[in-house]
Design a protein around this ligand. Structure first.
Ligand code: DGL
Length: 308
């Protein structure tokens, strides 16, 4: 078990910001990453579609097998973490709770902003997670769907190192400019007096310097990647499943989209080469969801509805 990899997935490239942090925090662990680029973005989709994707990709990873699944996507975490935890035998962790915890620890005035996809904001997942940790913190949420496009398009249009690209921002690549879009999303949060802003989408850390410029240096930016890596380490340590350092880790990267593009862009985000990227066909994923999983998903949706 200790030698098995950690499974990680996202709707595309964004989850590589979490994979990068896992590689940093857990250098002996092997990773199997799947980026569902063929169906990116997840943000505008309904929760039942996203839950189906979580079941498909979770099953694919579980069959590798893996010892832990990290849902490195806020939208998928918000829609499907609880369901995945019921369905799969291995532990599953997401990125919302770690981000909420880091925000609660960082805020001084207890006014926290969250920017995320439409799906994540509409789920209310961050407000619930923050409230569970500290009911005295007020959360102001804003959907920032165009930031996902800015990251995806910006990375494709410019081949400078990601760090250089991040600080130059995608301003030159898109109209209206990044700053106009960012001000629309962020000004209401600034006016609310937040001192902490959660980057509630795993694509957004790639825009940190530009977002920081818009919100000002006094606002603490939170990316859940570090905190998620810490939770992964704690989960494995508690189960006695941390890899030992006797053999070098082996990382595998797969996509449902274009492998050449994923290898090129993914290597830039990770800061190390991904190696040859495997292709996973969508039919291969959809064939993995069996009747018992569908029944669990239906029961889960009914429970959610009853709670609303
Ligand atoms: N990376 C995904 C997240 O953290 C967002 C991108 C998408 O909309 O698919 O929510």
């Amino acid at each position: 078990m200790r030698a098995l990899p950690i499974g990680v997935f996202d709707s595309g490239l964004g989850g590589l910001t979490v994979a990068r942090e896992l590689m940093r925090a857990l250098p002996d662990e092997s990773l199997v990453y799947l980026g569902d680029s063929a169906r990116c973005p997840y943000g505008p989709r309904g929760p039942s579609d996203v839950r189906e994707f979580v079941l498909e990709i979770g099953s694919w990873l579980a069959s590798r097998p893996v010892k832990l699944i990290v849902i490195a996507c806020n939208t998928a975490t918000a829609a499907g973490l609880a369901l995945a935890q019921r369905v799969f035998d291995v532990p599953v962790i997401g990125v919302v709770e770690p981000g909420a915890r880091a925000a609660v620890q960082a805020t001084v005035n207890r006014q926290v902003g969250v920017i995320a996809t439409v799906g994540t904001v509409e789920s209310g997942a961050y407000s619930r997670a923050v409230r569970a940790l500290d009911a005295g913190v007020t959360v102001f949420s804003a959907a920032a769907p165009r930031f996902v496009d800015v990251v995806e398009a910006g990375l494709r249009m410019d081949d400078s190192p990601v760090e250089a690209w991040m600080s130059a921002t995608a301003d030159v690549f898109i109209r209206p400019s990044f700053y106009e879009i960012a001000r629309d999303y962020l000004d209401p949060l600034k006016r609310a007096g937040i001192d902490t802003l959660v980057l509630g989408c795993t694509h957004f850390p790639l825009l940190s310097p530009a977002i920081q410029q818009v919100v000002g240096p006094q606002v603490h930016l939170i990316s859940s990647a570090e905190e998620t890596a810490r939770e992964a380490a704690e989960t494995l340590a508690a189960r006695g499943q941390l890899a030992d350092s006797t053999s070098a880790p082996v990382h595998e990267f797969h996509t449902t989209g274009d492998p050449t593009e994923f290898e090129m862009l993914g290597s830039r985000i990770l800061g190390v080469p991904t190696g040859r990227v495997g292709v996973v066909a969508l039919e291969e994923l959809s064939g993995r969801v069996d009747d018992s999983m569908r029944a669990a998903a239906t029961a889960f949706a009914a429970e959610e509805e009853a709670c609303d």
